[in-house]
Design a protein around this ligand. Structure first.
Ligand code: MOS
Length: 723
């Protein structure tokens, strides 16, 4: 039986009644010991009998035709083959309804995967890939977004008259901000082991969205998706780079088929930097018009970004701008410059991660201009209804996050620029709002309750480091009245019911809802056997109580009860504006001699509906803030201005925050339920933790030393000359 729910109506708050105490509490990850002891097997660690090794070959020119000269390597030790067909259909965007990268037999950027070679050993394959002769017919192509000849322009919104509002305003801000391209840099590089059994393909991979990845692979290989099984039980981070399949999956499958033996292809760190997706650089102009009290009357947010010619994806820079603050006159323009740099795609919090840097920096500038506290300014500008669509908001605890966060952080100790000095350090505080649209995706899961008081959860949902194993087990345990240690969770196998996949911060709420529904169907059966209404059933610690009966679970069961849960988004997704909110606070010290910035402490006050696990949710916010620190201070892909090549293509030269860059990070949750979100009243939190986070850091830099950084990242050279 399947318990199916299309989210067309508000659902009762069943999880407030269950009383097992399995959810919300900060439970450790059940798979944690496996991970820290190296016993959790990741894609690159699988072996198969008679396995061959593949290595990707990258394009050495920016644009043009190419042909592979197989004779240049075919006598080398261990050579098994080189394949160039199909490499072209490397779908970088995955399930997004945009075009995948379909490059044809042409190079569109330096570093593009153009072939895979296979050999008996990895070292031989790498040597062959380096020695392979490729004949190119190079052509000129734009690589600089600022001077590109092809630019697609669009006006995303034009409401009222922004120009007039700017003229009539008491106070205005008109500032331009730039952000650099970013790499998702997951700890685990992309890797695939492909094995064929006749027409059937099994792929051990590292992907976020298996039910879609299966279709993408089928599409690339021109085969039936039902003949593909993808396994990804553990994924060492994705951050968008594993939403869709990458070239190594196709390369492994093509080579394995031709060789009639298993082939494993593991991307090098350089491959990940060059071949997957980057976040676009942006140039953003934010215009704010405000009355004498600082209330917004106009808001403009324009951006210029880049992507390959014909790529469908664009960074949704104004995602949060649409609904976060009021102001009746609004205009957003977008320009996508067509350049021959690696494809731009989804990288953690696509849109908000860079869009809110600019918006929240501009709000800080407005607070300064108007002369009011940045928290007051934000609270004052929280709109009654969506300023564009006119919709109501579902749960929205933004004001509480700002106020309670401020109280907890000690915001009342904040002084003005250069007013707090400790030795050669200026110290200051900054705040930024966080907002991220909440999404529900279709998801299925099977829940089995056994007479011995154990349970099993099965879905092809992934755990990309987020805590899926923990929370899905907790939800089943809560609903079935079991200790979470009694629940086993099996994930990451396309033979299991199709889950939501991990992306867009929808995983916990969507996959979780399908587990909730499967368990709810089991509860209905148990209630019937106990002779009570489902609403009267109480399951706790293996005992069932209902009506006037109280019996051990086992007595109600003749054998296992297995039910499938199936959640689908419905009218509730559109009825109201649904988003998670928060407030990030940062205290930084800026060195008056060198311009160096040290983040001293941070606090993120978050409201994301019901919290399923206070530990894994806090970990998501920690990760978001670390991304925020990286975005604000460190991270930048540097493209060679001549060729577009990613110059800093490793973790030595692409700087992410390290331990010494990351101080005490505090997280607090504001109690909330979102009745429109799903039957668990849960909202996504992962990317919310990054939305706005970097702006809290740069706003703190301004408060410390009076230097307004508008070009990210805020490296010392951008601060020191202005001190
Ligand atoms: Mo996320 S960028 O949707 O993995």
């Amino acid at each position: 039986m399947t318990e199916h729910l299309k989210m067309d109506e508000v659902q009762p708050r069943l999880l407030d009644e269950t009383g097992q105490g399995a959810i919300t509490r900060p439970m450790d990850r059940p798979e944690g010991p496996l991970k820290v002891s190296g016993r959790a097997t990741y894609a690159a660690e699988y072996k198969a009998a008679n396995m061959a090794f593949g290595v990707m070959v990258r394009a050495g020119i920016t644009k043009g035709g190419y042909s592979i000269d197989e004779s240049s390597v075919k006598d080398m030790d261990g050579f098994l083959g080189v394949w160039t067909d199909h490499m072209i259909r490397n779908s970088a965007q995955g399930m997004m309804d945009t075009n995948p990268v379909q490059l044809g037999q042409r190079v569109q950027y330096l570093g593009q995967p153009i072939a895979v070679v296979a050999a008996e050993t990895f070292e031989q394959a790498r040597h062959i890939a380096n020695r392979l002769k490729v004949d190119y017919s190079p052509e000129d192509g734009d690589v600089d977004p600022e001077t590109a000849s092809q630019v697609d322009q669009s006006v995303a919104l034009d409401q009222g008259d922004l120009e007039q509002a700017m003229k009539d305003a008491e106070f205005t801000v008109d500032s331009t901000y730039t952000t650099k391209p970013h790499n998702s840099a997951p700890m685990e590089p992309h890797a695939s082991l492909a094995e064929w059994d006749g027409e059937k393909l099994t792929l051990h991979g590292s992907y976020q969205m298996l039910k879609y990845n299966k279709n993408e692979l089928a599409d690339s290989l021109d085969m039936d998706a039902d003949d593909i099984r993808i396994l990804a039980p553990y994924v060492g981070g994705g951050f968008g780079s594993k939403l869709g399949i990458a070239a190594e999956a196709v390369g492994a499958a093509v080579a394995a088929k031709a060789l009639k033996r298993p082939v494993r292809v593991v991307m090098s760190r350089q491959n990940v930097f060059e071949m997957v997706v980057r976040r676009t650089e942006t140039r953003q102009r934010v215009r704010l018009a405000a009355d004498k009290d600082g209330r917004l009357t106009g808001l403009g947010h324009d951006n210029r970004q880049s992507n390959l010619p014909d790529e469908g994806f664009s960074e949704p820079v104004t995602l949060a701008t649409h609904f976060l603050y009021g102001g009746e006159n609004r205009r957003y323009e977008q320009e996508v410059a067509r350049v021959h740099r690696m494809a731009a795609g989804s990288v953690r919090a696509p849109g908000e991660a860079v869009g809110m840097l600019a918006l929240e920096n501009a709000m800080d500038e407005l607070a300064e201009t108007v002369g009011i506290d940045p928290i007051d300014l934000r609270v004052r500008n929280i709109p009654e209804i969506h300023p564009e669509s006119g919709k109501q908001y579902s749960s929205r605890s933004l004001a509480q996050c700002l106020k309670e966060g401020a109280a907890s952080f000690g915001w009342d100790q904040r002084k003005g620029p250069k007013e707090r000095r400790e030795g050669e350090w200026y110290v200051g505080m900054g705040v930024a709002a966080a907002a991220r649209t909440n999404i529900l995706m279709e998801s299925k899961a099977r829940v089995t309750l056994n007479p011995d008081g154990t349970a099993l959860v099965e879905t092809d949902m992934t755990d990309i480091g987020t805590g899926t194993y923990a929370i899905l087990g907790q939800i089943a345990a809560e609903m079935l009245g079991l200790d979470p240690s009694k629940v086993t969770v099996d994930l990451g196998d396309t033979d299991l019911p199709a889950g939501s996949g991990s992306g867009g911060s929808w995983g916990a709420a969507s996959a979780g809802s399908s587990v909730f529904l499967g368990a709810k169907a089991i509860r209905a059966k148990l209630a019937e056997r106990l002779g009570c209404e489902p609403s009267a059933l109480r399951l706790q610690d293996g005992m069932a109580t209902g009506g006037n009966n109280r019996r051990p679970l086992a007595e109600l069961m003749e054998g296992p009860i297995a039910e499938e849960g199936h959640i689908e988004p419905g009218d509730m997704s559109d009825e109201m504006q649904q988003a998670g909110y928060g407030a990030h606070f940062a205290e930084v010290a800026v060195n008056s001699v060198t311009g160096e910035v040290r983040v001293r402490r941070t606090l993120s006050a978050m409201a994301a509906g019901r919290i399923l696990n206070e530990k894994t949710a806090a970990s998501q916010v920690h990760g978001g803030m670390i991304w925020g620190i990286g975005t604000a201070l460190h991270e930048a892909i540097e493209h060679d201005p001549r060729t577009g090549h990613v110059v800093n293509n490793d973790l030595a030269e692409y700087h992410v925050p390290v331990h010494l860059d990351v101080p005490q990070l505090d997280v607090m949750f504001i109690e909330e339920r979102d009745d429109h979100a799903n039957p668990m009243q849960v909202k996504g939190i992962g990317e919310l933790g990054l939305a706005g986070a970097g702006a809290a850091v740069t706003n703190a830099i301004y408060n410390a030393c009076g230097v307004r950084v508008r070009d990210y990242p805020a490296t010392p050279d951008r601060i020191f000359p202005h001190l």
